[in-house]
Every structure is written in structure tokens, then in C-alpha cells.
Ligand binder design. Structure first.
Ligand code: ZN
Ligand code: ZN
Length: 147
């Protein structure tokens, strides 16, 4: 996508870490940079594999530890789907996900929040609604062409 946008996002993310009193190690910086540039909602293992060449001393546990720190600050969202391993999403703005049933790829889908669904659910059930979760499933363009 646009390099300069990612550069700006990285600066903002680093500022947020600093404000939260989190020490920025080279590994932590690299994990953050990978997350921001990746458009694939990587697993901890994906991140580890991408960075192990650069940081031979890094373990998967280090990656998990960094992801936990980012999640606690609110920089990343952890996405859990059944028994598959968690995927991590940097994008903090609200969006929905379209998920490929064939390869498991998750693509961001921006659409105005469906506030009226929450309002209707409150009205009909008397619940105080906190949030909703919606996923769209199908076959991605890559998988469609190989079939
Ligand atoms: Zn696919
Ligand atoms: Zn996403």
C-alpha cells in the first residue's frame, strides 16, 4: 500500500509505546513494523518466521510476549477463530473481516458500524449491548482462480 502512511503509523505506534512506559527494543520495534506492514493478519508464528533471520536469538515466546504488550496497550487486536492459532491485527480502527474458507486468509472490510443492529437488539431484548461481532465468509480471489 502507501509506504509513507505506514511510516507515519509506525511513528505513532512508537509514541504510544513510549507514553505507556514500554521500553522499545530492536526486536519489539521489528515486530511492530512487521505488524503494521503486513496485510495478512499474521499469527505469532508468521511473525517469528519473518524475523528469525534478522534476530537469531529471538524465540516464538518473545514474539508472543511483544504481542501481549501491544494488545494490552490497545495497539493490536487478537483474533481467535475456533481452534486455529490466534491472528493479530494492527488496524485499530473499527472494521469487519472477510475470511476465506479455503486458505484462512482474513481481509479487512471497511463499512460503517452497524449501530442500528445494536440499538434494535437492545430494544427487542432489553440487554445493554456492549458490542457486536460480524464475519463474512467465502472464497478469496487467489483460491477462486486455482479451483
Ligand atoms: Zn483463499
Ligand atoms: Zn483486520
Amino acid at each position: 500500500m502507501h509506504e509513507h502512511n505506514h511510516e507515519h503509523e509506525l511513528h505513532e505506534a512508537v509514541d504510544r509505546l513510549k507514553e505507556s512506559g514500554v521500553r522499545i527494543t530492536p526486536q519489539r520495534h521489528a515486530v511492530l513494523e512487521y505488524l503494521i506492514n503486513a496485510e495478512i493478519h499474521p499469527t505469532a508464528d508468521d511473525i517469528y518466521k519473518a524475523l528469525e533471520g534478522k534476530f537469531p536469538n529471538m524465540s516464538v515466546a518473545t514474539v508472543y510476549n511483544n504481542l501481549r504488550v501491544f494488545r494490552e496497550i490497545g495497539l493490536v487486536k487478537e483474533l481467535t477463530y475456533g481452534d486455529a492459532s490466534s491472528r493479530f491485527d494492527y488496524n485499530t480502527s473499527k472494521h469487519y473481516h472477510v475470511i476465506c474458507e479455503s486458505c484462512g486468509k482474513i481481509v479487512d472490510f471497511h463499512y460503517p458500524t452497524l449501530d442500528e443492529v445494536e440499538a434494535l437488539a437492545e430494544k427487542v431484548t432489553g440487554f445493554e449491548v456492549s458490542h457486536h461481532r460480524m464475519e463474512i465468509y467465502g472464497t478469496c480471489p487467489d483460491c477462486k482462480t486455482t479451483h
